[in-house]
Ligand binder design. Structure first.
Ligand code: CO
Length: 249
């Protein structure tokens, strides 16, 4: 495993790309409403990224055809934006990456559109809390699996399941760098976290069982049992004193 450590100057560059990603994500999240199509949301992201003289990290990555991943209800991640119309009661995961001056920022959030189902509300809040706990666990001296364990223990304590087939990742000059960051694991395993590491931590949590499959489009990941899923993601830097969330707007 080769985990790149970023210099102070590289971290500053990442702060810029990550803030941009967070700004784009916040603007798209604010635009989610009944009647909008996922394709329109993707177009908004493209325009905002272009305005910033930056590039969408996902577009063209392994031939991915859009700037964002937008995953609705039982879709977990990697939903391809298009003609789908957002409906009241939908739970919509939004994921965007921005490449600026050689560095990627990667973040995701899940928004509820007039959701009244208390189970779905609980799912989203649990996933948000799992990300916060994982970020707090990403301190120097901790081990990588402490981050993974934080996600799993919060999700499972609330009767939810983590997705095991997809993981978070290092991020920087490449969208995906070492190490992989699973959302489950025993604590105290894996590489030591050191100042200068930059991680995209991304809990994917299901209301039902953890199992997922990929649709025929080759991208869209859905729950096997058809129950809803939520996804949050921050790019985080491990620093001397703790971790810094880079993807804040
Ligand atoms: Co990511």
């Amino acid at each position: 495993m080769n985990i790149p450590l970023k210099s102070a100057a590289e971290l500053d560059a990442m702060r810029v790309s990550c803030r941009m990603a967070a700004e784009v994500l916040a603007a798209v999240a604010a635009a989610v409403a009944p009647g909008v199509t996922t394709g329109e949301l993707d177009l908004l992201a493209r325009r905002l990224i272009e305005e910033r003289k930056a590039r969408p990290s996902f577009l063209g990555y392994r031939k991915y055809p859009a700037a964002m991943c937008i995953s609705v209800n039982d879709e977990v991640i990697h939903g391809i934006p298009g003609r789908r119309v957002v409906q009241p009661g939908d739970v919509v995961s939004l994921d965007v990456g921005v490449l600026k001056d050689g560095f990627h920022g990667d973040c995701a959030t899940t928004v509820m559109v007039g959701v009244t189902d208390p189970e779905v509300i609980r799912l989203v809040e649990v996933t948000r809390r799992a990300l916060a706990a994982a970020v707090a666990a990403a301190a120097p001296g901790a081990r990588l699996s402490d981050v993974s364990h934080a996600v799993q223990s919060i999700a499972e304590a609330s009767g939810c399941s983590v997705v095991r087939e997809f993981v978070g990742h290092g991020v920087g000059r490449h969208l995906h760098e070492d190490p992989q960051v699973p959302n489950y694991g025993k604590p105290g395993r894996g590489p030591l976290l050191r100042p200068g590491m930059t991680l995209a931590i991304e809990p994917m949590v299901n209301l039902g069982a953890g199992g997922v499959c990929v649709l025929d489009d080759g991208w869209t990941v859905v729950t096997k049992d058809g129950r809803p899923s939520a996804h949050f993601e921050h790019t985080v830097a491990v620093l001397g004193e703790g971790s810094e969330i880079l993807t804040l707007a």
